[in-house]
Each structure stands twice: as structure tokens, then as C-alpha cells.
Write a protein that binds this ligand. Structure first.
Ligand code: SF4
Ligand code: SF4
Length: 511
């Protein structure tokens, strides 16, 4: 039975908030998302530290994370016992599991060997913290796997119901409509890395079978960071150890009492010990002077190892193939690949919200440093001309939140005809599908009539398309709608200069 402690109530409320925001990160008929759907990331100190170290700049978007850091310095690691949705999920899914004896192969300094190289790699411009950030792991698992699966199951179920009860199913249509409007995904996308994302989440949950909150105690880099910050907090449990005549805390505490003394770094302030103490001896309150039981910094060996680990991770990723880079299309408004990689948390919010299914997580295409970052894949989806949703939900501003008119001018890439596949060139027949779909008011794809020799050897007039490069924003709709099967007759390529389309170009060309 899950007890209704204050921490538990708070956990449930924050989990509900997390799920509500998750559902709001979706196109539901409005161009503007008014809820702060990215709040959990914006209040995440691991995101803050890795961003500051990698980007070496400041964004006001992360002010909540600064406040969370200060609150942790003041109160301790309360985030893990009161807020973290992954921690709550672990508690809910395995409420009967109470094994607080540390798993030997996880115990020790492993958590520092994860956190320190991640932070140090950020210092060397490689921001991979999002790969192991618990909020990102949870969100990616849900976005890429479980949520589309839910949508698919619901839709299949709805179709099957028709087979079972026929037209009577229509009486349930309003309920299904409500589900579609408020709960189910706008579309069920099959994402790359879906299984990997789900597997990581499932493994974290399975670890609970070995030890309560095993992930939180031994692996989670956010928890480790918060635990380290929490050491400085004056807010403490009193008494700090097990009482000689009782020892009940050992049974009640989910994280810290494996050795008899309180490990402050691992205390998540759930206060179950206070509630359950048969002698009512326990209280949590500020206590001065501040005494640190452990050294302020991890051992020198760990620090140096962490620094070297980060460097080792970061150096090889500096070398990128220019050819590969030319194939990387980033969301609208992203101008500089290096800057983008330093700021993207790999949270998946932009991919979840993308209206036309243009964004997918990079698996291998962008190298190790680009894993899980969003790529535009025009053959699968395109960037809707009027849409600004990805910029609205990005928690760090890696994708800038632009006004619609400004966004329309952002260059994702430039379209180039592939004359071996494009029908007017390859087969000498008319096709103006891409021209018709081009959303630029004055058309970035146009055609001119030319006299050519048909494949049957007879001269004919064909409309030959061309790209007006100055006003093409690389939205990808042309590549998406191209009727040529497999490889499209037009392809969007990344360009080095992603400066927005200028007023002059637009004006001169009647844009
Ligand atoms: S340790 Fe990590 S996963 Fe566990 S509750 Fe804390 S932040 Fe969440
Ligand atoms: S670019 Fe996308 S994946 Fe990266 S931080 Fe922004 S919303 Fe998250």
C-alpha cells in the first residue's frame, strides 16, 4: 500500500502535472501552446549546468533551474522525493519492493563516473547530459514509443470494435472523439530509436527489482548533482543516525539507511522515517552550524578522471565529415550547427509537437554528439509554413521561439532538383506537383517551357522546373510531395549560410 505522506501527495501532483504538460505538447488545433509545457526541463539543474558549461552563455529560459538549484542548496535533495516524475513512477510501479541493500556492482562512485565526464564534456563543448537526464529519458520513452503505441492500440481497437458490434459502435463515437481530442496523439509516428528509448526506461524500472531506487542512488546524474548540492543544505534530519533501541528507519527509508548512518547525499527528504517513527523522535529542521560530513569535492582521482573522461568523449566528436553535415537539416531558426549541439537537451519536445511530422531524432546521422537531436527528414514530413510550435516548446532556446513572419524567412536548407529522378528531366514529361505545393507566396519553385527530345525521339514542349534559391527556405514540402517513388526528384540540402531570407531578396522577387 502506498502511504499518503505529504511527499507522496506532492509526487502525485507533480506526476499529474507532468502528464498534463505532456498531453499539451501536441498540436490540438491551435497555433499557440499557452501552457509552459517545457517547465520540467527548464527547472532541471542538470540542464542548467550542462548548458552553461557548453554554450558558455546565459538564457532566461533556465531561470527556474537556477531557483531549483538555490532551493536544493537550502533544503537538500527534495526534488527526488517530492517532484521528479521518474522517481515517482519508480515508487508507484514497485511499491512493494523494499530492498535497500546496495547492489554491489552499482554501489560506490559509479554515479560520479557518469556525472563528471558528462559535465566535463560539456566544458569541452559536447553537451550529452540530456542522454542520461531522467526527465529526458522519461519523455523520450513516452514520446517515441509508449505514446504512439497507445494511439495505435486505440485506433486498432476502434476499428476492431466495428467488426464486433458494427454500426452500434457509432453510439460510442463521442467518447472516442473526446479521447482523440484530449488524450491520444495527433498522429502515431514511428520514430527511430523508439525501442532504444523504451528499453532504457524499462531497464531503469527493472533495476528496482534489485534495489529500491537503484537508478536514483547509483546512476542518475541529476540525482547525483542534486545530492552533491544538498550536502550544503542546513535543513537536516535529526537525529542523523539509527537509534540504538529501534532501527525502524532502516525499513522505512527508501534510499539512505543501508549502513546505519544517514547518507545526506542520498536522502530524498520523503520524510517517511518521520511519519513512521514509533517513538516520534525524528524531525527535519535547519541546524547550525553547517557541518559537512563528507569532503566538499569528490576525491581528486575522481575529479581528474571525470575531466579526462569528458575530454576523451569530446575530442573525437570535433571531427565531422562535411558531406555528412550537408545532409543534416535542422529545425527552422537553427543557424549554427555547433551552437545548436551545445544547447539541445535532446528532450524530444520539438519532435513530439511537430505538426507535419518533419522532425525525427538523429540516430547515427549526426554522429555521437548529435544523437537524439532533431533532424528534418523531408521525405517523411515537412516544415509547415505557418507553424512555430517547435520553437515554442524548446526548453533551452536551441530552436529559437520566433514570430510567424520571422519564422517563415528562416532557412532550413535549399531545394535542389535531382535531374536523374525529377520527371520533367528524367522522363521528359510535365510535372508541377512541387511547384503547386511550394508555400512561398511568390513560389520558390517555378517552371519554364523548353523544347526537348522526348524519350520516344519526338521533339516536345515540357515545363522544366527550377528553384529560385534566394527565396527557398528549405521547408521540404517539395521533397515530401514529389510523386516519384523512393528517391524524390527534388531534395533539400543543408547550406552553410542559414541566414534568413532578406527583405531585399523577398522584395525583389515579389515575396
Ligand atoms: S535520482 Fe534522478 S530519477 Fe531519481 S528521483 Fe532524483 S532526479 Fe529523479
Ligand atoms: S531542439 Fe528539440 S530536442 Fe533539442 S532541446 Fe529543443 S526541443 Fe528538445
Amino acid at each position: 500500500m502506498v502511504k499518503a505522506t505529504k511527499a507522496r501527495i506532492s509526487q502525485l501532483l507533480f506526476l499529474a502535472l507532468f502528464l498534463l504538460l505532456f498531453l499539451q505538447t501536441e498540436y490540438r488545433g491551435h497555433d499557440q501552446i499557452n501552457a509552459a509545457v517545457n517547465s520540467f526541463f527548464r527547472a532541471d539543474p542538470l540542464v542548467l549546468f550542462s548548458y552553461l558549461l557548453a554554450a558558455k552563455s546565459w538564457t532566461w529560459l533556465l531561470l527556474p533551474a537556477v531557483l531549483m538549484t538555490l532551493a536544493t542548496l537550502l533544503l537538500g535533495r527534495f526534488f527526488c522525493g517530492w517532484i521528479c516524475p521518474l522517481g515517482t513512477l519508480l515508487d508507484l510501479l514497485t511499491p512493494k519492493q523494499r530492498s535497500t541493500r546496495p547492489v554491489p556492482w552499482l554501489a560506490g562512485n559509479l554515479k560520479y563516473w557518469l556525472l563528471l565526464p558528462l559535465l566535463s564534456a560539456s566544458l569541452f563543448n559536447l553537451n550529452l547530459a540530456g542522454l542520461l537526464d531522467p526527465i529526458a529519458i522519461l519523455l523520450r520513452g513516452m514520446t517515441f514509443f509508449f505514446y504512439p503505441l497507445l494511439g495505435l492500440t486505440a485506433r486498432e481497437g476502434w476499428v476492431r470494435l466495428y467488426g464486433l458490434i458494427g454500426e452500434q459502435r457509432d453510439s460510442l463515437a463521442p467518447a472516442y472523439g473526446l479521447l482523440k481530442n484530449y488524450l491520444l496523439p495527433f498522429r502515431e509516428t514511428l520514430y527511430p530509436l523508439a525501442f532504444v528509448s523504451a528499453l532504457l526506461l524499462v531497464l531503469i524500472i527493472l533495476l528496482e527489482r534489485l534495489e529500491t531506487r537503484a537508478w536514483c542512488r547509483h546512476l542518475c546524474p541529476l540525482g547525483t548533482l542534486l545530492g552533491w548540492l544538498g550536502r550544503f543544505s542546513p535543513f537536516k534530519r535529526i537525529p542523523p543516525g539509527l537509534c540504538g533501541d529501534c532501527g525502524q528507519c532502516r525499513e522505512l527509508c527508501p534510499t539512505t539507511f543501508d549502513q546505519g548512518g544517514l547518507n545526506r547525499e542520498e536522502c530524498i527528504l520523503c520524510m517517511e522515517c518521520e511519519q513512521g517513527c514509533p517513538n516520534q523522535r525524528i524531525s527535519f529542521r535547519p541546524s547550525w552550524p553547517l557541518q559537512l560530513s563528507e569532503p566538499v569535492l569528490p576525491q581528486r582521482r575522481l575529479l581528474l578522471g571525470g575531466l579526462a573522461g569528458g575530454l576523451l568523449l569530446a575530442v573525437p566528436t570535433r571531427f565531422r565529415s562535411p558531406e555528412k553535415e550537408a545532409a543534416l537539416l535542422r529545425p527552422p531558426g537553427v543557424r549554427d550547427e555547433d551552437d545548436f549541439l551545445k544547447k539541445c537537451v535532446r528532450c524530444g519536445e520539438c519532435m513530439k509537437v511537430c505538426l507535419k511530422n518533419a522532425l525525427y531524432p538523429a540516430a547515427w546521422q549526426a554522429g555521437l554528439d548529435g544523437i537524439y537531436t532533431p533532424l528534418v527528414i523531408p521525405r517523411l514530413g515537412y516544415c509547415e509554413y505557418h507553424c512555430t510550435l517547435c520553437g515554442q516548446v524548446c526548453p533551452t532556446g536551441a530552436i529559437p521561439n520566433l514570430a510567424v513572419e520571422e519564422k517563415k524567412r528562416q532557412v532550413i536548407g535549399k531545394a535542389v532538383f535531382d535531374k536523374n529522378h525529377c520527371l520533367p528531366f528524367a522522363r521528359r514529361i510535365d510535372c508541377i506537383v512541387c511547384e503547386e505545393h511550394c508555400p512561398i507566396p511568390d513560389k520558390a519553385i517555378r517552371s519554364r517551357e523548353v523544347r526537348v527530345m522526348g524519350l520516344d525521339g519526338v521533339m516536345k514542349t515540357v515545363k522544366e522546373p527550377y528553384v529560385v534559391e534566394e527565396i527557398c527556405n528549405g521547408c521540404g514540402i517539395c521533397e515530401n510531395v514529389c510523386p516519384v517513388e523512393t528517391r524524390a526528384g527534388i531534395k533539400v540540402h543543408a547550406v552553410r549560410n542559414r541566414a534568413p531570407i532578406t527583405e531585399t531578396a523577398s522584395g525583389q522577387l515579389g515575396y
